[in-house]
Write a protein of this length. Structure first.
Lengths: 422, 422, 422
């Protein structure tokens, strides 16, 4: 159990989780959640195979012990023990002898990135396969090869976990990350690590924060099928949180939800990208399906499929950095500061400006043109606190940081000039 | 009677219509409609001179047999038989001998385009005149000249014609072109030819299509005075449809009518111009007068007065090309595809994404980042089919071609995941 | 008493007002209003010290006769008689002998502009001080110095004045300028001079025009506390009206009030700047406080604090020019033309275009593409006079000058085609 994770501690967590062979079901997910559970108390749910969840059914559970392609000399040309990426995710068991030509339909490579092993899965069509570098494939002779995939695909469970930080209100902020990818660091162990760190940093928040660690697509669908989403006020899917790129925010389907405005406010003034919603990417696809239409955006650094290491063996712990992880965390923290602090106030002295100087809120020497930011913030808060504007509205309109505006509101409230709107 | 006209066939039609001396009334319009009637069954209306039509009255009918300015040697210096542009449109009859100085107030030239003959009319002020090139005028001596305009301006009729392609519904798409210009090819025989070709291409459409061939201004006013416009759902005036310039769309007065959105969608991704409505140009002026305010835009290539050949003898059949005519037709056809196909659907499985793979609608191999356009279109249609968005909305928001989105909707409807909104 | 002031006459008025030592109260304001009163009949209000006005109280009245810092030789190193800027505004009386070190906390300079004397005040914290150039300060030895400020700060009155030009309606246009700055020419004697000139130019206007000459902040607050603002339809604060910069308009808090649209229309097509509202600057701060939220914008040339001469001894009559003053006046005059003339009309012949030619409103020769601006304006007015658009809307949408559109409306009204909307 830790408090707040530093950048290096987040990276250490990623390195520890990296070797585990995760999939949408199975012991890899369970082991991952056990390790996360060392940092945060988790409520783990196990949903039986076959359970109807929205338009889907919980699939069979997949587990794997070993897999290889051995050449005539007995050498493992492709070896699951070297990297779990070498097996097509959800492969059915296979054991036999194949020539290279017979094997080819089951071999996946990246011709344009000949040194890298691709990440591939086949969740919903029963097949088997191996992923390998193009160079390895090019060096293979005609065989025959001894082939083994020692996997099981049997009735079992789908596993997900939740961590809740109780707030002053039951309204929730949902932070969701997928935990179904095997040895891929940025996508999405980095998201998991930043979520763990954020959870550790929240103390007595206003909102209740729910962290969801679930396999992609089917995990989110299962969670949505089993829970009331009515309390979710704001949400983010978190992924690709540790690469060297700048931050990217993808808006919720609503486009102008408070979470959209909070994240874009925090990102202002630093290099970043804002994308409109599209129905592809991470589990915002599910949260933003039209039946739910939840105010859930997506925060990443370089987004999905936007970097050459994406879904390859190059997305390893060396691809993520403590600095990038800490930067994502700090941004996310600032977003929570905006969500937590955004309120609507009413100016109790709305006719003309109140005399701030008399109340010690204003510099006494007139004629100077370098008015201070704090004083400008007070004037903005007074001018726009008509019940129609929140502090975030005021921060956006004035171009001032939210924190400065919120401090001004505090000072004015303390002076009896402002009160929170009922 | 033909089916669909090709580009060269449209040009052949233009060449056949070109020599006829058209005006807002008279036998030139009748002869033009007879030739159009060889391609399309037409309902021809004859409205008597003096009939009140909105704020106007149907004018007298103008017909002309010959006109010239002869020099002392008997040579026709200006000769109606060489080009009907040489006579000021609607000239009253004249016969007499004039010196050049006496003639000058009746002679119209283009000083900046000295080789070209201008097109001029005087419909509502009784006068007579000749149009000639500046070079011809400069070569004329002081005269005297024998002058004849063998015209009649008498009670008669205004003539217009309609061709209707019945649709599944009585709601109408109006395509209107003016047929009052004499020997001018792009303005507007090209519009007439493209309209004829479009009419031939429509087979069992959803909407009823009404093609109106009428003289400019007074023809549209006469038609509006005599017909109920309540069935017009979408409309276009069509002109300057064959010049080498790029396409130009001028929005309806409403600015965001379905026709405005359909045309701008189709034009996206190719060089084009979109103009806001202005109360000048072609008969959209009448259709978009505030009392009617019909959703009628204007499609041209280079717009009104935007090319040096405009309203001169250089707007001859050599100025229009089969390729440009075919391109205008194809664009117009695509516009009708959008109008015909734009529907609002409801996602029947709106909670989370439905499992497309199970229904054979989705590639089975996961992990790849090159999602196909058809799959993306299905995700967009599912996500936005909440009863608030039509397929055109979805095409615009996704940046995908309408046809791809419409096909996705068909596939999803076939799979029982979508139904058309009642 | 004058009629319209020319640019040189405005400058002459500025030069005459320049030497007077104004403050937020006292005889300097009274003397200023006496001189303005030679041009315009004024109603002067005197509000006693201590009177509660909104959140404030009318302060004591400040008057000053002399002030200096004398060196050992008796020379006035700092001399109020040379410039009234040398005394910190609202200084309490002081008389004594001080070393330079003792004096330093009371001396204000501009280190970055070493030749200039700053303008400083201390209205609401009792203190005293001198303003001087940095060069003067650097040349001072350690003293001691004989120091005198012969001022009084006693119960008295706050003084402001109003000039009203009665209109056809009681709805008001408010033009407000501050009269509290001592020897500063652009800020705001230029504003005062332009206001005086505008008042002289208005004759039998539609709106009633109220010109307010009041000390900044407390003057506006006092006026707001004592008057009903319900009649104010449009308003402007006027300041910095004579510097060589281009015009700047700062929108009202509402952002899209008629005054905002009128000024931006008039400024279109010439170099200018439009700023969104912010709760700092001149007395628009008070008029646009949320309780009042009046449609009051701010017209300046270079805005507040935007020029190096701002609030220094360099803002002298040499900084303003007759040309700039006349340009500001003419712009303001054009704004009043828009406010006065903006009306909503109804097209009485809205079905199709009415036949303008029959009514002598349209050129008779067709076919030409150089339609005249006046004809285009008539078509625009007819097309948009549906009760939803005012003449200013039409001018903005058509891109035509307001005056041309208004003339078209007059012509159409004269022809019985248009009537003013009830």
């Amino acid at each position: 159990m830790t408090g707040i994770l530093t950048g290096p501690e987040m990276l250490a967590l990623i390195e520890r989780l990296y070797p585990i062979c995760r999939s949408i079901t199975g012991d890899g997910v369970r082991r991952t959640l056990e390790i996360v559970g060392e940092h945060l108390p988790l409520t783990v749910s196990e949903v039986p195979t076959g359970t109807p969840v929205l338009d889907w059914n919980v699939p069979r559970e997949w587990n794997i012990r070993d897999a290889y392609v051995k050449d005539a000399s007995g050498r493992r040309v492709v070896d699951f023990r070297a990297s779990n990426l070498h097996v097509l995710g959800y492969s059915v068991p296979v054991s036999g002898v194949f020539t290279l030509d017979e094997l080819r339909p089951h071999l996946h490579t990246l011709p344009d990135q000949p040194d890298l092993v691709p990440y591939r899965t086949s969740y919903y069509a029963e097949t088997w396969g191996f992923c390998l570098s193009r160079r390895t494939l090019d060096a293979m002779d005609e065989g025959p090869y001894e082939v083994l995939i020692d996997s099981t695909l049997e009735d079992g469970h789908l596993t997900y976990a939740e961590h809740v930080v109780p707030g002053q209100v039951e309204d929730e902020v949902l932070i969701s990350c997928h935990v179904c990818h095997p040895s891929l660091a940025n996508d999405n162990l980095a998201g998991v690590a930043v979520a763990v760190a954020l959870a550790g940093r929240l103390a007595d928040p206003y909102y209740t924060y729910r962290f969801l660690f679930a396999p992609g697509t089917i995990g989110a669908i299962t969670w949505l099928a089993r829970n009331d989403t009515g309390r979710i006020r704001h949400g983010l899917t978190l992924a690709c949180a540790g690469d060297p790129g700048t931050l990217t925010y993808k808006r919720s389907r609503r486009g102008d939800a408070a979470i959209d405005r909070a994240v874009t406010h925090v990102l202002k003034g630093r290099p970043h990208t804002v994308l409109d919603f599209s129905p592809y990417g991470y589990d915002e696809r599910q949260f933003c399906s039209p039946g739910f239409d939840l105010p859930v955006g997506s925060l990443t650094r370089t987004p999905y499929a936007g970097y050459p290491e994406y879904h390859t063996s190059a997305d390893n712990p060396g691809f993520v950095s403590p600095e990038a992880l800490a930067d994502t965390l700090e941004t996310l923290w600032q977003v929570t500061r905006v969500l937590e602090g955004d309120r609507s106030y009413v100016n109790l002295s709305p006719y003309g400006e109140p005399q701030l100087g008399r109340r010690g809120l204003y510099g006494s020497l007139g004629g100077r043109s370098d008015t201070k930011q704090a004083q400008m913030a007070m004037l903005w808060v007074l001018n726009l606190s008509d019940g129609e504007h929140t502090l975030l509205d005021i921060a956006d309109r004035s171009g001032m940081p939210f924190a400065v505006v919120a401090e001004a509101a505090d000072a004015l409230t303390g002076a009896g000039l402002l009160k929170e709107r009922a």
